[in-house]
Design a protein around this ligand. Sequence first.
Ligand SMILES: [Zn+2]
Ligand SMILES: [Zn+2]
Length: 346
Amino acid sequence: MKTEMMAAVLYGKENLQVEPVAVPKIDKGDLLVRVKVALTCGTDVKVFRRGYHARMIVPPAVFGHELAGDIVACGEGVTKFSIGQRVVAANSAPCDRCYFCSRGMENLCEDLLFNNGAYAEYIRIPARIVERNTYEIPFDVSYQDAALVEPLACVLRGLEETGIRAGDTLSIIGLGPIGLMFVRLAKLFGARVIAIGRRKTQLDRAAAAGADEMISTEKSSRPATAVRNLTNGRGTDVAIEAVGNPETWNWAVDMVRRGGTVNFFGGCPNDSRVSLDTSLLHYSEITCKASFHHTPHYVRKALDIICNRDIRACDFVNREEPLANLLEVMRHLMSHNGHLKTAIFP
Ligand SMILES: [Zn+2]
Ligand SMILES: [Zn+2]
């Protein structure tokens, strides 16, 4: 067994290095996984740009959180898994003991354990994640497809939390990988989807993913009006914001129907504020909610969707690079919006 490996270490703002580090040691209940693919994520790009994340990672630290790979070592007491199995592990696991966990809100766990280090040859999966959020990948599902499980679990939870039903109309603002996943899933739920984005490539991708109508924010400065024009003036049953910008949070409220539900899915920069029309919220009985992260239930469900071939990596990943190029990949993703995910091969 090797004792050194190549891994990306995040040192701070726009500062990361792919360098030799020690292969992680595993403890009781842990797994050591040879990473076969890691996927870039909007959150990683955000962390790279800002140099920190309040909850997920404190630099200097190994980096990356969407991965699939092969088990190369099992800690003492591991009974669910064995060496050689292909697995996918989520990036966190709840404690199962706190106030929030006991109420089924494991995503808000007071002691949510995060794991980073996917951009590396090997990653340690801590016992709690092994127990709660790690799954064997069926032989006919690729590593790349399986690695989508974490973002998909977040999106699936965000969509179900809106109470959407077949026949409903949903508007989605923002057509990055997350927005596109909303389009695909909403279509699977039997909804009519209005996709709102800036770039033509994004609108084309949304159409390919099944969106029924597209609104370009380059052509239409008032997307809420455009949405109302498409819904007999009523607005959509559900509006989802997947940008993370106070202005687009407001758009979402403006385009939902009376009694409809808004999900502020995109997290805005720290200290952002929005001011909302109170009469509109009150007299139109608009439900505003936000979704953060995932729970073990949705990780399991997301993997089932992937195993059914309903969500495929080819629709969300459009570039493949070796680990050595990660710095360049992050810089590129940071300066060019409108990209899908990059698959990194360590
Ligand atoms: Zn992610
Ligand atoms: Zn907890």
